[in-house]
Ligand binder design. Structure first.
Ligand code: 5GP
Ligand code: MN
Ligand code: MN
Length: 331
């Protein structure tokens, strides 16, 4: 990111009377953690702001411990024509859902993101596909604004960092990532408490739902030029039988993707409206982000997703084709 992009962004925040913040729909730890960290920095600066996210305005259960949730505003009350708007972790304008219209009317639209599939929407681009998380860029932004870290800002940034690096397991886990983690832990963040909130807990109903999903998993060894595909579904009926809310399904893909015989893992999760939210993962030899872009979604080369309105079987057929076409990376 060029120095003058950072300077533009800082200048826009300093000169405006109100900053409008939005992260992507169905926010994950990086989207919401990044935005709430920034919101708290603006509060420390005494700068008025509005912070929200589009579509169903529901904070996922696993993120309900984040500091700063009280700073969120219903998207219905988001300024229609923001002077300065900042987006977090959104690869394209459509990832803002209903707030895409507000972004379209913004005088200055600062995009803070780390997706390779970023569409370069907006007027100021704080976009670095080399960053492990949007939270990495937000830490820099907050520093440039001259706001000192607090425990609560550090906790929000840490949640972004730890979720997007898969608990410091993914390829994106660099020495710089650990240096940032060190800075955040030094502010008093407790990693075991974060892990307990985000991953290491679930109601008992999670176990039978996971069992149902794993029980119908299919391994297709011939897909992706012999690299293999494993996929399964979690239906509304599975969840209804055990009273399990949709937003507790995030961990299913992490079990399925262990499969040695498959380079690519896919989980189709049926949401409360009957649409399928599809999570895809690869081990690094196939770019699932490109496959998901072709299916109307997006993401990173090794972690991506899309929304499916329709049946699963034809979508798996499309995926088989895409995964076989997409060149195997040389990494
Ligand atoms: P997850 O499977 O954890 O929901 O998503 C994995 C990654 O895929 C996320 O980091 C996000 O960047 C991306 N992703 C998931 N769903 C969509 C989608 O519908 N559109 C886009 N553009 N990206 C998505
Ligand atoms: Mn995200
Ligand atoms: Mn992210």
């Amino acid at each position: 990111i060029a120095a003058d992009e950072w300077a533009r962004a800082v200048d826009a925040i300093q000169r405006t009377d109100e900053v409008c913040l939005a992260c992507h729909v169905c926010p994950d730890g990086d989207a919401l953690g990044s935005m709430l960290a920034f919101a708290q920095a603006l509060r420390a600066l005494g700068k008025p702001f509005t912070a929200s996210f589009g579509d169903a305005f529901v904070v996922p259960r696993i993120l309900r411990f984040l500091p700063g949730l009280d700073l969120l505003t219903d998207p219905a009350d988001f300024p229609a024509e923001p002077d300065v708007m900042v987006t977090f972790d959104a690869a394209g304008g459509e990832r803002l859902g209903t707030l895409a219209a507000n972004a379209g009317k913004a005088g200055e639209l600062i995009v803070v993101d780390h997706h390779a599939s970023n569409t370069r929407f907006g007027t100021t681009h704080l976009v670095d596909p080399g960053a492990a998380a949007t939270a990495v860029l937000v830490e820099r932004f907050i520093d440039l604004l001259g706001v000192p870290l607090t425990h609560d800002i550090a906790l929000d940034l840490y949640v972004g960092l730890v979720t997007d690096t898969g608990s410091f397991k993914y390829r994106s886990t660099t020495p710089e990532v650990h240096a940032l983690a060190q800075r955040l832990l030094a502010m008093g963040v407790r990693p075991e408490q974060v892990a307990r909130e985000v991953w290491d807990r679930a109601p008992f109903g999670y176990l039978p739902v996971l069992a149902a999903a794993l029980g119908r998993a299919r391994l297709e060894r011939d897909v992706a030029n012999g690299l293999g595909l494993v996929w399964t579904t979690v239906t509304r009926a599975d969840r209804a039988a055990h009273d399990l809310p949709y937003d507790l399904l995030e961990g299913v893909i992490d079990v399925v993707r262990r499969t040695d015989e498959a380079e690519v893992a896919v989980v189709f999760k049926e949401d409360d409206e009957g649409a399928w939210q599809v999570s895809t993962r690869s081990k690094g030899r196939v770019d699932v982000g490109r496959a998901c872009v072709a299916l109307g979604g997006g993401g990173h080369p090794t972690a991506a997703g899309f929304t499916l309105h329709g049946d699963v079987e034809p979508a798996v057929a499309r995926l088989r084709g895409l995964l076989t076409e997409i060149e195997v990376s040389t990494r």
